[in-house]
Design a binder for this molecule. Structure first.
Ligand SMILES: [Zn+2]
Length: 234
């Protein structure tokens, strides 16, 4: 009767249809593209932050150099004031003024330095957060890519296996019946063989005639649905 063989063929055809859907599904590719764009944007921001930190560092170094020079000058002036000015009032006055000015300038420089350091710390923190985000994005990109490749490879393998199985099954079936099966399959799209449950063909959801049911119960020949023409089985 070949019903089991036809069912297995049908099953394999359905598997192939399912696998082809996986192969055509471009959801994975779109998601990968989205992840990549997100990664590139964050990477760009990361590089900008690195650049900003570098320029802040060099600014700090410049200011620090100036601070050292001023400190040196201040020390010299103070030394001269206490050791070399003697009673030269003019010199004492000018030294005192310079010392006062230097101290003011040093104060300003120090508060500038503190501001830079605070800002630097904040940006460096942002950098750390961004770095973690980048790592996470890269990981999910790689995982998802691997997953997609595995899915695609599995679908390809399954299709190959189903095709081989169909070929083998087809060889074991009566040629005329196979031709008929394929004709119905072409006509109906996906299923050429359909189960009858409670007297209803599940292919078209219509009741089959009692004569057809009788023939199906005797199970001596291939029986077709009165309505949709599919091969019936119980
Ligand atoms: Zn039917």
């Amino acid at each position: 009767m070949y019903i089991n063989e036809l069912l297995k063929i049908q099953e394999n055809y359905n598997k192939i249809i399912k696998c082809n859907k996986v192969l055509k599904d471009n959801y994975c590719i779109q998601l990968l593209k989205k992840l990549k764009i997100e990664f590139e944007e964050k990477k760009k921001k990361y590089k900008e932050i690195e650049k900003e930190l570098k320029s802040m560092k060099s600014l700090y170094e410049t200011i620090n150099e100036k601070e050292n020079e001023l400190n040196q000058k201040l020390k010299e002036d103070e030394y001269n004031l206490y050791n070399n000015a003697g009673s030269d009032f003019k010199l004492i006055k000018s030294l005192q003024e310079r010392i006062k000015k230097s101290k003011l300038e040093l104060n300003e420089i120090e508060s500038k330095e503190i501001k830079i350091l605070e800002k630097y710390e904040k940006i460096e923190n942002d950098k750390k957060v961004l770095r973690k985000e980048l790592e996470k994005l890269r990981d999910s990109f790689n995982n998802f890519k691997e997953e997609s490749i595995n899915k695609i490879n599995k679908a390809k393998e399954d299709i190959k296996k189903s095709k081989e199985d169909i070929e083998k099954l087809e060889k074991s079936i009566d040629k005329l019946l196979l031709k008929e099966f394929k004709r119905i399959q072409c006509e109906k799209g996906e299923t050429a063989i359909s189960k009858v449950k409670n007297g209803v063909c599940l292919g078209c959801s219509m009741k089959v005639s009692s004569q057809t049911l009788d023939k199906l119960n005797i199970a001596k020949e291939i029986v077709y649905c009165d309505n949709c023409g599919r091969i019936l089985y119980k």
